[in-house]
Design a protein around this ligand. Structure first.
Ligand SMILES: Cc1cc2nc3c(=O)[nH]c(=O)nc-3n(C[C@H](O)[C@H](O)[C@H](O)COP(=O)(O)OP(=O)(O)OC[C@H]3O[C@@H](n4cnc5c(N)ncnc54)[C@H](O)[C@@H]3O)c2cc1C
Length: 497
């Protein structure tokens, strides 16, 4: 009897041809991982490296969902903004969590330079741009990241951002020189190859239909085999389903779609000179240049599964909205995947009960955070490292089932809508300020000319006549004492409500 049955898969977006192995016999292992996405594969790789026997059970194939359909930006941090994290768990724990998120990013970098990952195309630097004019907030954030969280960052003024990205939509930016990007759609397959090399066994087309986590040896059931394991790691993201439906219901699923344009030639480098990834602070757009002159762009979202091809037009329109100079671009390829968002915005990492672990809810920032989760869980199981407990304040909060999904969509759309309104207002204020500056400059110039030169002659109907003497300049009113009156300093253009 053959141990496994196999079938061949060619993934459309990476053109990688591989053999799939399905589990068809019973198995006893130390650790059974459910899900071969970034999170499950990282746990498997690290646990196998530490000497554990590991089986990964994947219902479809490696990287079937979000992990095989991403843009590949690797940055420190989490989906939850750092200020909110401090409010939630305090400064010291935030520092530890942030350091772990950086460790996750560095772990991806180390893997990406492994010989098993040729063509992962590592490139440096990411820029987070603001849709609104909030320079002061940015400065305090820069100080905090640089001084308190030991993260290399640079603040970019509006001019510098617009010099690299020719659009009036963006204002200030935070540049992360140590962030990087990889070919995200290849990385997950290379991660699987690393895990196999370390001794982990990966079975595809093998959905887990139920688990019994009681007892020292836990039981896992698939359609054609049974497993026993001392530890189960649930890394199934939003598709986990039957084995622990209540866990899936703590995630709000959001399908995010991305497109890759046809080659745009030299006009692309006239409009975008920045070579790293760009994200906006509202999490709406995320893009970068790939293959020299194509744009890879993620933006549309739904809370239901739809065919990614439906969103080609939406991606093209979004690119045109942000970079009108590019005009209409042709989208050659569209892809997407479902991300799991938690109610509190932080990933779910930890032990639910003895020997039953969870690694999920990585949201839009899954590369560094799933790597971090993999490390924490493998070390938690095999070394007794308890740092996963730093995630204990972020309990499993029910995301509301189907009703929650609809509510989540409305809230999400509202959030995007209000960001758009804030952006429109910021750009309007900027235009008004520019007009004010122009008017002031014209006024100053007129005053200067009136003070130094005779007023221009008004041509007489006959074209001749004597020049008039210059008009006497009006005298300014006597200056009030600076502390008098309600406006000791005149309000500046653009200030006020
Ligand atoms: C368009 C897009 C762009 C993105 N860009 C970036 C980016 O640039 N940088 C970044 O950091 N993040 C990015 N992300 C987010 C990132 O992709 C995700 O956070 C991450 O991939 C989640 O990984 P995961 O392993 O938790 O889940 P998944 O990728 O969903 O993997 C879970 C796996 O578990 C399997 N599974 C589920 N239930 C079962 C079961 N019962 N039995 C067996 N198998 C099961 C599923 O089939 C699936 O393959 C992006 C996401 C999208 C959609």
């Amino acid at each position: 009897m053959s141990e496994t049955s196999t079938s061949t898969i060619i993934t459309a977006d990476t053109a990688i041809q591989r053999e799939r192995m399905r589990l068809t016999f019973d198995l006893d292992v130390d650790i059974c991982v459910v899900g071969a996405g970034l999170a499950g594969l990282t746990v498997a790789l690290e646990a196998a490296r530490m000497g554990a026997s590991v089986a990964v059970l994947e219902g479809r194939h490696v990287g079937w969902n979000a992990s095989g359909h991403l843009l590949g930006t690797v940055m420190p941090g989490f989906s939850l903004p750092i200020g909110e994290l401090i409010e939630r768990v305090g400064f010291e724990d935030t520092r530890e969590l942030w350091a772990l998120s950086k460790e996750g990013a560095e772990y991806v970098r180390t893997n990406a330079t492994d010989e098993l990952m040729p063509g992962i195309a590592l490139s440096e630097g990411a820029l987070e741009v603001s849709n609104v004019d909030v320079g002061e907030q940015l400065i305090s954030r820069l100080q905090m990241l640089g001084e308190d969280f030991e993260t290399e960052v640079e603040g970019w003024q509006v001019d510098r951002v617009r010099d690299q990205l020719k659009t009036g939509r963006y204002f200030h930016g935070v540049y992360y020189p140590k962030a990087f990007q990889i070919d995200g759609r290849r990385y997950v397959h290379a991660l699987a190859a690393l895990a196999k090399r370390a001794g982990a066994r990966i079975f595809e087309d093998t959905p887990v239909v139920s688990i019994d986590p009681s007892g020292i040896r836990k039981r896992i059931v698939t359609p054609s085999a049974r497993l026993r394991a001392s530890h189960i790691v649930l890394a199934g993201n939003i598709h986990l389903g039957a084995p622990l439906r209540r866990l899936s219901e703590t995630l709000l699923p959001v399908w995010r779609y991305a497109g890759v344009t046809a080659p745009l030639g030299s006009q692309l480098s006239e409009v975008i000179t920045f070579r790293g990834s760009v994200t906006d602070t509202d999490g709406i757009d995320h893009f970068r240049i790939v293959e020299g002159d194509r744009l890879m762009w993620a933006s549309p979202e739904t809370t239901w599964a739809a065919r990614p091809q439906r969103f080609a037009g939406a991606v093209a329109r979004r690119i045109r909205t942000i970079f009108p100079r590019l005009g209409h671009v042709e989208i050659e390829e569209v892809f997407g995947g479902a991300i799991g968002q938690t109610v509190h915005g932080m990933p779910q990492i930890g032990q639910l009960r003895r020997g039953l672990w969870v690694a999920s809810g990585f949201g839009r920032q899954g590369l560094n955070t799933s790597a971090m989760a993999g490390l924490l869980i493998a070390r938690g199981i095999l070394w007794g490292d308890e740092r996963w407990r730093l995630f204990s304040p972020f309990e499993l909060v029910w995301a509301g089932g189907p009703t929650g999904r609809v509510a989540g969509y409305v809230v999400g759309m509202w959030g995007r809508g209000s960001s758009a309104v804030a952006g429109v207002l910021a750009r309007h204020r900027e235009r008004v300020r520019a007009q004010e500056r122009l008017r002031e400059a014209r006024l100053a110039e007129a005053n200067r000319q009136a003070g130094s030169r005779p007023a221009p002659r008004r041509p007489s109907p006959g074209g001749g006549g004597r020049p008039r003497p210059p008009r006497p300049r009006p005298q300014p009113p006597p200056r009030a004492n600076a502390t008098d009156g309600p406006y000791p300093n005149p309000p500046q253009a653009g200030e006020g409500p």
